[in-house]
Design a binder for this molecule. Sequence first.
Ligand code: NAI
Ligand code: ENO
Length: 308
Amino acid sequence: MSDTAVYGKVALIGLGLIASSMFWATRRAGLADHVAGYARSEETRETARRIGLCHEVCDSAEEVVADADLVVLAVPVGAMGAVAQAIGPHLKPGATVTDVGSVKRRVIDDVGPHLPEGVHFVPGHPLAGTEHSGPESGFATLFENRWCLLVPEAGTDPMAVARLRRYWEGMGALVEEMEPDHHDLVLAVTSHTPHLIAYTMVGVADDLRRVTDSEVIKYSAAGFRDFTRIAASDPTMWRDVFLTNKDATLEILGRFTEELFALQRAIRTGNGDALFDYFTRTRAIRRGIIEAGQDTDAPDFGRARVER
Ligand SMILES: NC(=O)C1=CN([C@@H]2O[C@H](COP(=O)(O)OP(=O)(O)OC[C@H]3O[C@@H](n4cnc5c(N)ncnc54)[C@H](O)[C@@H]3O)[C@@H](O)[C@H]2O)C=CC1
Ligand SMILES: O=C(O)C(=O)Cc1ccc(O)cc1
């Protein structure tokens, strides 16, 4: 292996935003000697070959995992189990299998049973992405200064976990370990429910647009534009997120609607104090995030406190 390489051969399955970003980041830092990729559709494989995505593009999942030291499942959460079933018998003994899915409990339940003895399973989730998808959407810097959560079950070989950590750190990520159910609840709060709210708000505006012609879009302010960006995210991926993180999302959505009703009541009854107090509390939260240096969009996140 070269001096910088963490793995000899990496296999990427599903050549979309995350896998393509992983390839460019891996190549840039020399983190693997060889990266092979596989995507289900012929069209995606052709695109990958055309743009030089991966050192080698294979025509089957069995072929791509042959001799791989690390196998990355980068398909929608609902497809992880079927992919694991297809590759299980072809994995190299001692290899590590990881995934990048946005939900962890379901992936562990769906993938784990298909992996043979002697293969390490270290589920993961980079908290980095965009609203774009497909093989041409990736870029080498996507994971820089972003969290990547590793979710190994108790008893997983610590060497396999440490090696995957080094790989993600090599791609610029900040790595932490988390327990799967806690991961799914945290992500329901910070990512999944906010996406659902964005989808809903854009849907509401779209209904309204039919009444007011294109005014809603034409005069949309920054907040709404951010909603439209998020609501442009891949429908398959997000369908799977909500179907597979059902309980946590419903729990947070229940709390959300309770708060929304409280604010609705305050507006209807003209309770300005309630609205003012609520907005004061939420503003303090945002300021706290920035003062703690935890705004990942701020420069040098994780390395320096932000001076304001
Ligand atoms: N997009 C984002 O912002 C983020 C996505 N994730 C997770 O990463 C995973 C991949 O997401 P993206 O790269 O954004 O998706 P993407 O839509 O860009 O790419 C997914 C790829 O998987 C392929 N695929 C779909 N079903 C398949 C199957 N049954 N067998 C083989 N290939 C199949 C698709 O053809 C496509 O090439 C998902 O599990 C998602 O939850 C994690 C962090 C951020
Ligand atoms: O584009 C955005 O705003 C995101 O929130 C990206 C994202 C989407 C899904 C994930 O599981 C992690 C990150």
